[in-house]
Design a protein around this ligand. Sequence first.
Ligand code: DQA
Length: 143
Amino acid sequence: TRVLLLNGPNLGRLGVREPEVYGHLTLADLVEAGERWGAELGLDVEVRQTDDESEMVGWLHEAVDTRSDVVLNPAAFTHYSYALRDAAAQVTDVGLRLVEVHISNPYAREAFRHLSVVGPVATGTIAGFGFDSYRLALQALAG
Ligand code: DQA
């Protein structure tokens, strides 16, 4: 199974950005871990990150066109991007799976993080387990 593991804005700053919330591991560590977990689970995982909404929408279209499941950390887009939501809906509409992932637990944080506009069109959501949130999402796709 092909899996696109997509990360939204500011996640390129992992390790530097609010380590008390997001930990000390970097995006490079996530790339390595994602590929390793994928190999262990028999998934062909490709890890990407962008700060650009348009690029992220394009990657979701690519997932539809290449029949790839998706692990998506939409980062701040989670809370307001209807464009991302509509693109994510196309993934699950064609029967592919999309797991929404968060490193932190948005429900334990500021009120503006309590709403996910992506959640209702995701297959499921995993949040609050640090980098393990991604591993759990890949396990869900492999299971
Ligand atoms: C996040 C949570 C979001 O609220 C935030 O904007 C992020 C990261 C997480 O992984 O915990 O950038 O998606």
